[in-house]
Design a protein around this ligand. Structure first.
Ligand SMILES: [Zn+2]
Length: 311
């Protein structure tokens, strides 16, 4: 077990810097969720996550042997569980990848276009996958509440819930903007390139990734370790946006999605944003402000939902 956990940790270091709110974003929402969770909800969440099937490698993310206090290790495990859905993308583990990876669960795209400055919503183009995030969130909640479902199955649903509930607070996980260049949508900004036209593929940056990684674009991380960096960031965000001041809409996953659509259509594509150019300092600041609020909101929502499920 110890060997496997170490091995996984090394892998985490190399493969976790990818996709959908980068790992800092997800770990921040998980950290904030943990802060508002009741002792009972924390207990239950950890117990369930530890019951995950062996081949998912989920329970191996809990470090049972190190010397830090149990509560710190439980929190760290909870934070790592929130990025498990991205870890299983790794094709170096073909069996795990095949059994657990689900690309279309990470988003739900509303297709739209701007016509004379007005937003017009469109039918999903034929053959385009619009994503399943919202329907899956409803399903994960059902699974977690169902006393006839085995703990192992609940573990996978819970890890997915922690992740997808975070993802849909990234505005570009809710949107496919249709333009002349992108008649079938821009895949949440993935087709909107920010680097110069002749940039080799492996060095290209796009708008989706820009938003995923907006926190570390704005805050110098320095040498502080993960949990320290995230603790500071989360404490600041929770102070800036107290729980009582935000509208949580618990269980209304379609509302969470609609909020993301609103941000994506109204704020993510100002006329000053140009293809093949990095966004301005002003845009970067704005994107950061929006993302900060979305991260706290996601964290509170995840925590309060789990309080309700595990009461
Ligand atoms: Zn994701």
């Amino acid at each position: 077990m110890r060997k496997k956990a170490l091995f996984l940790l090394i892998l985490l270091k190399f493969f976790s810097s990818v996709f959908a709110w980068d790992d800092v974003g997800h770990k921040t929402t998980a950290y904030i969720a943990w802060q508002v969770m009741t002792p009972r909800a924390r207990e239950k969440a950890i117990e369930i996550l530890l019951s995950a099937p062996e081949d998912s490698h989920l329970s191996a993310l809990f470090l049972s042997y190190d010397a830090r206090p149990l509560e710190v290790r439980r929190l760290e495990f909870f934070m790592l569980a929130s990025i498990w859905a991205d870890l299983v993308r790794d094709r170096n583990f073909p069996i795990r990848h095949q059994k657990y990876h689900q690309g279309s669960w990470h988003y739900v795209n509303k297709f739209w276009k701007a016509e004379n400055g007005k937003v017009e919503f469109l039918e999903n183009p034929e053959g385009e996958d619009a994503g399943k995030a919202v329907e899956k969130l409803f399903e994960f909640e059902r699974i977690l509440k169902d006393s006839s479902v085995k703990e192992a199955e609940k573990a996978i649903a819970l890890a997915w819930f922690l992740h997808v509930a975070g993802d849909i607070h990234q505005p570009l996980h809710n949107s496919a903007r249709v333009t002349e260049q992108e008649p079938k949508g821009d895949r949440g900004g993935n087709l909107f390139l920010l680097t110069p036209k002749d940039t080799p593929r492996e060095k290209q940056e796009n708008l989706h990734w820009y938003w995923d990684s907006i926190i570390v674009r704005n805050i110098k991380r320095g040498s502080s370790c993960d949990i320290e960096f995230i603790r500071k960031l989360s404490n600041r965000l929770m102070k800036k946006y107290p729980l009582q001041q935000l509208s949580l809409e618990i269980g209304k996953y379609d509302r969470w999605h609609e909020e993301g659509v609103k941000i994506a259509t109204e704020q993510v594509y100002p006329s000053t944003l140009k293809r093949f150019e990095m966004p301005s300092a002003e845009y970067k600041k704005k994107a950061f402000e929006i993302s900060e609020r979305q991260l706290v909101l996601a964290g509170y929502r995840i925590g309060m939902t789990l309080n309700q499920i595990f009461q």
